[in-house]
Design a protein around this ligand. Structure first.
Ligand SMILES: *Cc1c(COP(=O)(O)O)cnc(C)c1O
Length: 217
């Protein structure tokens, strides 16, 4: 598929859900994609991308920004505390805030740097042991802890379990966000973004449907 097709599908999902056109942001997930593919999407005018590793973002985006000017990059993958500063310098949003230690580090750096990216708390909606994220039952407490640190928490993020109906997880994430007064919902990937939009996604993270299958090394 192409960027244009995905954009059209997002628009029709917005319309079907009775949502305003343009209310959903498309994060084009460029991780592990060859630079030529990313360049094509930039040349088409897209300016919001997702990366899941800080080092890869640092290798790629300064050069693209030299060519294309302002490009928003969201970190959607796990963040080690020792990479937090670099992530905060490079990225306009961090989608995987998933533990108190990281919250504390980001809060300290935000004080020092005088700015902080938008933050999404990752919720492990499927309660999978191997997956990052705050458990649903602990989400309210963690949101409150982050707010006490003055962190700009804008929303919640989830990655549903591979073999389950994603809409149940999207609905749970929305419920948790609503009751904490959070507006942004980062949910929905290539295979399920339409259903995520029906359930209130404000940010969809779409990689392979735009760029093609990832070529891993
Ligand atoms: C890779 C990735 C995506 C994009 O996945 P696709 O299935 O290629 O759309 C979305 N979210 C996260 C957290 C990812 O790591």
């Amino acid at each position: 598929m192409s960027l244009t097709e995905i954009t059209q599908q997002i628009a029709s999902a917005e319309a079907n859900a009775g949502r305003a056109l343009g209310s959903v942001k498309l994060i084009a997930v460029s991780k592990v994609q060859p630079n030529e593919r990313v360049d094509t999407v930039l040349a088409e005018g897209h300016r919001l991308f997702g990366e899941n590793r800080v080092q890869e973002a640092a290798d790629k985006w300064p050069t693209f920004r030299d060519t294309y000017g302002k490009v928003d990059v969201h970190l959607i993958g796990p963040l080690q505390t020792n990479k937090a500063r670099q992530a905060m310098e490079l990225c306009q949003a961090i989608h995987a805030l998933d533990r108190p230690k990281l919250a504390n580090t980001i809060a300290r750096l935000a004080q020092e740097m005088g700015h902080c990216p938008d933050l999404f708390i990752q919720v492990n909606t499927g309660e999978e042991p191997q997956k990052a994220g705050i458990l649903p039952a602990e989400t309210d407490t963690f949101v409150a802890e982050c707010r006490a640190l003055d962190l700009p928490i804008t929303g919640l993020m989830c990655i549903p379990p591979a073999n389950e109906e994603p809409s149940l997880h999207f609905a749970l994430l929305r419920k948790l966000a609503n009751r904490n007064g959070l507006n942004d919902l980062s949910m929905g990937m290539s295979s399920d973004f339409a259903s995520a939009i029906a359930l209130g996604a404000t940010h969809v993270r779409v990689g392979s449907a735009i760029f093609g299958e990832r070529v891993t090394g």
